[in-house]
Design a protein around this ligand. Sequence first.
Ligand SMILES: O=C1O[C@H](COP(=O)(O)O)[C@@H](O)[C@H](O)[C@H]1O
Length: 162
Amino acid sequence: MIIVLIRVPIPKSNIYPIKENLSPEEAAEEYEQRLKQLVANNTLKTSPTTGFAKFDLMLVGMGPDGHVASLFCWHFQRFEKQKWVTFITDSPKPPPPRITFTFPLINSASEIALVVVGEEKADAVKVALGEHASYGYPLPVQKVSPEGNLTWFLDNGATSRL
Ligand SMILES: O=C1O[C@H](COP(=O)(O)O)[C@@H](O)[C@H](O)[C@H]1O
């Protein structure tokens, strides 16, 4: 992400990196408070529907297991309803400790671009977008539902099983 950000004219002061010297729990709390400050000083809008911060656009990826952000299938964080930012210490994909936006925050966005590249993600894409495909449980990616448009950007590998 840093590689992307240094190529676009975003002022450094508009980039909010995760504080890596804190524990995951502290870092998640600190990040949530920073977002709330941005709402308080009108830098970020609030969704009138949910009361969570409302980003104009979120760029979201998906793992081969259908996880988005760091919201994984068999982890309770995907069901968080109150917090804006949460943490995980046993992510199945390295690194184990991570912090992540929660679904209520993600889904308060105006627009989401879901960018999925690679054949290893084709099964999860089929479950999310194909007819009658299912693993028998909903994948986190199937819970991505912004207040405005959700647009998928897929390469040939990711669509190979549709
Ligand atoms: O762990 C993660 O993986 C997904 C997918 O990553 P990708 O490099 O295969 O596109 C990513 O979207 C997510 O933000 C990250 O936490």
